[in-house]
Design a protein around this ligand. Structure first.
Ligand code: SF4
Length: 341
């Protein structure tokens, strides 16, 4: 394997843009310590889209907020590394870089599309001004004339009709779908190398969802960006992701290519998750759901965290945590059923 080597501890394989290792995040609340993310590891290759999937509360958003250092008190990143390759080739640990470097990276080299486009936009400023601010933050002395032209171009790429007019609109003058496209345009204003899209189509109707996905896919190819897609919608994953990480209760329980996860899922949780996706071609009396509820992460279950809901659980599952076991190339699963004797 060819290794890009910058200092004794920070290295990444050449084909990767990000590698997260053993990330641990806890929240110190009055009710107790919430073990939100417990030893999560994953990587993103250059120009590929990965998806973090799982039920609400499984730690997907906390994971990406942690690597961009957006966790606020009472939350704390306890340990782990997030190695990121900057455009100049230097590999940095995002969890340790100084605030000035972090400011350079965030919004320029790594962009984030948050769940709710309305809260990401300031109602007092036009869409054009948002784009101007995002560019100016990283390019001092940039002329408004240039950023205005760039804003129109970005809105056009985001398939917003009449971008010359829309650039002067305030967020409340746009529909939900248009606001989400504007947020995508803003996030692309500095041509990031990595885009984190947190539930980018939630709250949008199905037609608009499809348009936003097409748009993201096209822009990913055009900008050759790595993408981390956070979603609980497996339809979106199938459309967009190259590889999938399934999360449960703050841990990754299965990882593989999208094909492996969809056509050959191994972990009982992944299988149940896929069974719960409604099939429009079949008439059913009752939609499938996963029995039980996601456990409290203040006192997560011992052993395999899925054991209280798992139809295959044994006594070993309730006391010993399963390791990640390779089942095929790029396909790994954390489950005692795959223990090699
Ligand atoms: Fe189920 Fe045990 Fe596998 Fe966990 S380790 S998923 S409880 S069989």
């Amino acid at each position: 394997m060819i290794v890009f080597y910058m200092d004794n501890n920070l290295y990444l394989p050449e084909n990767e843009i990000l590698r997260v290792e053993d990330l641990v995040v806890k929240f110190y609340t009055y009710a107790g310590v919430v073990h939100a993310v417990s030893g999560v590891s994953f990587y993103v290759k250059n120009g590929e889209a990965i998806a973090l999937v799982g039920e609400t509360g499984c730690g997907k958003t906390v994971t990406t907020r942690a690597i961009t250092r957006l966790i606020e008190s009472p939350g704390r990143v306890e340990s782990g590394r997030a190695l990121f390759r900057r455009p100049n080739g230097v590999v940095v640990d995002l969890l340790k870089v100084d605030p000035e470097t972090l400011r350079e990276i965030r919004g320029k080299e790594i962009a984030y599309i948050f769940q709710d486009p309305t809260s990401a936009l300031d109602p007092l400023y036009t869409i054009g001004f948002h784009i101007h601010e995002t560019i100016a933050e990283h390019s001092k002395n940039i002329k408004k004339k240039y950023t205005f032209k760039k804003a129109v171009e970005l809105l056009r790429q985001a398939l917003i009709p009449n971008p010359e007019v829309r650039v002067k609109n305030y967020p409340h003058e746009m529909s939900g779908g248009m606001r989400q496209r504007s947020v995508i345009a803003i996030s692309l204003s500095n041509s990031p190398r990595l885009l984190i899209a947190d539930e980018p189509t939630t709250n949008l109707d199905v037609t608009i969802q499809a348009q936003i996905l097409d748009l993201l896919r096209g822009l990913q190819e055009q900008y050759k960006m790595g993408v981390i897609l956070i979603t609980h919608n497996l339809g979106i994953v199938a459309e967009m992701a190259n590889r999938v990480y399934v999360m449960y209760a703050g841990k990754i329980v299965e990882e593989g290519t999208t094909e492996q996860i969809f056509y050959n899922p191994q972990h009982p949780y992944t299988k149940l998750l896929l069974r719960a996706v409604p099939d429009p071609t079949k008439r059913v009396e009752k939609l499938e759901s996963i029995p039980g509820v996601v456990p409290s992460l203040i006192n997560p279950p011992l052993g395999c965290r899925f054991h209280p809901r798992c139809p295959f659980a044994t006594t070993k599952c309730a006391s010993e945590e399963p390791p990640m076991i390779q089942v095929e190339n790029e396909h790994r699963v954390s489950c005692w059923l795959f223990e090699k004797s």
